[in-house]
Ligand binder design. Structure first.
Ligand SMILES: Nc1ncnc2[nH]cnc12
Ligand SMILES: [Zn+2]
Length: 341
């Protein structure tokens, strides 16, 4: 490859910490599942579905994302979905992925939580066997639904709690502040699990404060609107709070008109603990490698910046200190080889 810095950024060991497995459903796979499950998607073919990926905001994306998730019916569907994602992740140097899934999207359609979990775990086990890629599952609550609905979902999750590595909050952000879920997240933490939340994607900086102070999150998902609040930037930097930023997602959902207008450079300059992620790669123009290429084309970062981003992702993961140390040793070796070349 002609550009050694980009080559390093693409190949070095890294973690993906913000990935919705339902958002990795490629149109080809969606149509294959629709056919085998006897479902009609409201699009003529793969091209017509892809042509609908023209979003004005988060809600316009979510409407399509939930409609497509209807093809996921059996444990085999969830397994295939997971394995397809892990294949792409492995190709992008990802050694560890923390994967969101939305149980309410499936249980509301009559699919049992256990079916979803077993399918995802089967895919994860196969990904580990084939490529050595490690993964963890994070249950996300849909914030457009009530806290009561979230508690009912948590009751379905609890028999399987040892197999769940954290809890998150996603879906329509505006009008659904983190404070709506304060009691639910207290219960998740009492179960001994770390919690994360989408905040400051479309919502205001106040939602980021609420995620920190009321939900007591270990990471902020997105958080890009923190750039509007200097005091918040200072706090996030001081606390070394990880932000799982998803650049292509932000452009596709019109948070920023162009990649060049993304606030990533400001967030980095403010000393924030930034990680890069793909969010919903089937819908937003690509996987982590595509995000890295798009960001590098816009900002031309040096190898030290890419090293730090990869390191941040490994250190902000919920993997054990021993696992992290092993991956960081490999990252350090790759970085030393680049600098020696
Ligand atoms: N980018 C995103 N924001 C909020 N909820 C989501 N669910 C899937 N992708 C999401
Ligand atoms: Zn997300």
């Amino acid at each position: 490859m002609a550009d050694p810095v980009l080559d390093f950024a693409l190949r070095c060991p890294k973690a993906e910490l913000h990935l919705h497995i339902e958002g990795s459903l490629e149109p080809e796979l969606a149509f294959a599942m629709a056919e085998r499950n006897g479902i009609r998607l409201p699009y003529a073919d793969v091209d017509a579905l892809r042509a609908a990926y023209d979003f004005a905001d988060l809600q316009s994306f979510l409407d399509l994302y939930y409609a497509c998730a209807d093809v996921l019916r059996t444990a085999a569907d969830f397994r295939d979905l997971m394995l397809a994602y892990l294949a792409r992740a492995h190709a992008d140097g990802i050694v560890h992925a923390e994967i969101f899934f939305d149980p309410q999207t499936h249980t509301a359609r009559g699919i049992r939580f256990q079916t979803v979990l077993e399918g995802l775990e089967a895919g994860a086990a196969e990904g580990l066997a084939r490529w050595g890629i490690s993964s963890r599952l994070i249950v996300c609550f849909l914030r457009h639904l009530s806290e009561e609905d979230g508690f009912a979902t948590l009751a379905e999750v609890e028999p399987f709690i040892a197999r769940i590595h954290g809890f998150g909050l996603d879906s329509s952000e505006r009008g659904h502040p983190p404070s709506k879920f304060e009691r639910l997240f207290a219960r998740c933490r009492a179960l001994g699990k770390p919690v994360v939340a989408h905040a400051g994607e479309e919502g205001p900086p106040a939602y980021i404060y609420e995620a920190l102070d009321l939900l007591k999150v270990a990471r902020i998902d997105h958080g890009v609107r923190a750039s509007e609040d200097p005091a918040l930037l200072q706090r996030l930097a001081r606390e070394r709070m990880p932000l799982t930023v998803c650049p292509l997602s932000n452009v596709r959902l019109c948070v920023f008109a162009r990649m060049e207008q993304h606030t990533l450079p400001q967030l980095l300059a403010a000393g924030l603990n930034i990680t890069l992620n793909s969010d919903d790669p089937a819908y937003f123009g690509g996987y982590l490698g595509d995000n890295i290429r798009a960001v590098q084309a816009a900002f031309h970062w040096d190898a030290a910046t890419w090293y730090q981003l990869a390191r941040n992702s490994l250190e902000a993961s919920f993997a054990s200190p021993a696992e992290q140390a092993g991956w960081i040793a490999r990252l350090d070796a790759d970085y030393a080889a680049l600098n020696a070349a």
